[in-house]
Design a protein. Structure first.
Lengths: 177, 198
């Protein structure tokens, strides 16, 4: 590994590790800042390529934060992918481990259980909001609206595997869009 | 620290099957590989609905905690659920499965996309897929809401969170900080705390 590669990997880690700790609400929350660092500041990726990578991470399987993995891949190949992913995932994972253990230790305390119960509706509201924001971004006329509503009802009211509706969505897109 | 299931902190909950490390890793591999449009909906589907390792209420508690931490909710959830079943190794296995699984197809798709992404047929399929994936996220939130049956006050807090973020597009941190005390108050006043739907 050359000195230049090591420097690049260090820059990747330094770009993403601090961001991971302010990404309340997930990678989407810091997307503008990621874009500023990666496109404007470092010039690692062109602006339109950045949007393509993000769309790809959303369309492909896996958490949407994996846009960061793709950026690492573009910048420094496999090593870049691993460093960028670890920098984005590692710090919050350690926090989650700590909080999970605190919760387990104090789960029998009434106020801990009340706090947990009080956070649940907020989580559901935020997830619902994410879905609506994604639906608006995905909206391209009546076909996409029917696909979104159909999948909503399918997942809400049945226990069948949603992969079917996702496959149907891709097929309907090819046929109608 | 290891947490055996049934959760010794929650003797009120019925005993559930406890996964082996391999079964747990494979479940998270499945979540990662099928997680189109975000992993939360798939995690709930696999862990709660298919495997029955967590109740709706337990999973929702992890989701609620995960959102107040930085980083992707789904990964925070994966870490906490992994730690619950198999300690630090479980947390690492969950992350390895949910991230490592999709890495290979993701890089492959990225290569293909660079070549074929501008093909109209591929773009149309991705549009249809994105619309359906959005529906999956919406449907999962509605399903959890109807199965957990929160009381009126808790429901109102959830609706406020949805309106603030989804419709008014207010900053997420502010909305969560403002609503958390109200949610906790509502949970405190609720007659039957944490009552999960059967």
């Amino acid at each position: 590994m050359t000195g230049g590669t090591v420097l690049l990997l260090a820059q990747l880690a330094l770009a993403f590790a601090p961001l991971s700790l302010v990404a309340i609400g997930g990678a989407i929350a810091v997307l503008p800042e990621i874009q500023r660092q990666v496109v404007d500041l470092r010039g690692w990726v062109a602006a339109d390529a950045f949007m393509d990578l993000f769309a790809l991470a959303q369309a492909a399987p896996g958490p949407n934060m994996m846009v960061v993995s793709l950026i690492g891949w573009q910048v420094a190949g496999l090593a870049g992918l691993l460093v960028a992913t670890l920098a984005m995932v590692g710090p919050p994972a350690l926090l989650a481990l700590g909080l999970g253990r605190l919760r387990a230790r104090f789960a029998s305390l009434a106020w801990v259980r009340v706090t947990q119960a009080g956070l649940i509706p907020i989580a559901l509201g935020l997830n619902l909001a994410s879905g609506v924001v994604l639906a608006q971004a995905a909206h391209h006329g009546a076909t996409t609206l029917v696909l979104t509503l159909g999948t909503t009802l399918f997942v809400w009211l049945t226990r069948r595997n949603p992969l079917w509706t996702l496959a149907a969505g891709a097929a309907a897109g090819m046929a109608l869009l | 620290m290891t947490n055996a299931a049934p959760d010794r902190h929650r003797p009120d909950l019925p005993a559930r099957p406890s996964p082996t490390r391999l079964a747990f890793f494979l479940a998270y591999l499945q979540i990662g590989l099928s997680g189109f449009g975000g992993a939360n909906a798939w995690m709930r589907r696999v862990i709660v609905e298919e495997r029955g390792w967590l109740s709706e209420q337990e999973y929702a508690e992890y989701l609620g905690l995960a959102q107040i931490l930085p980083g992707p909710n789904a990964l925070n959830c994966a870490v906490m659920i992994g730690d619950r079943f198999h300690g630090t190794a479980g947390a690492a296995l969950a992350l390895l499965g949910i991230l490592g699984g999709p890495l290979v197809p993701l890089v492959g798709i990225a290569g293909l996309y660079a070549q074929y992404g501008s093909e109209p047929l591929v773009a149309a399929a991705l549009k249809g897929l994105a619309a359906a994936a959005a529906g999956m996220t919406i449907g999962t939130a509605l399903k959890m809401g109807t199965r957990l049956r929160p009381g009126l006050a808790l429901s109102a807090v959830g609706v406020c969170a949805f309106v603030g973020i989804g419709l008014l597009r207010l900053p997420m941190l502010g909305v969560v900080l403002a609503l958390a005390p109200l949610g906790i108050l509502a949970a405190w006043l609720a007659p039957q705390r944490g009552g999960a739907a059967p």
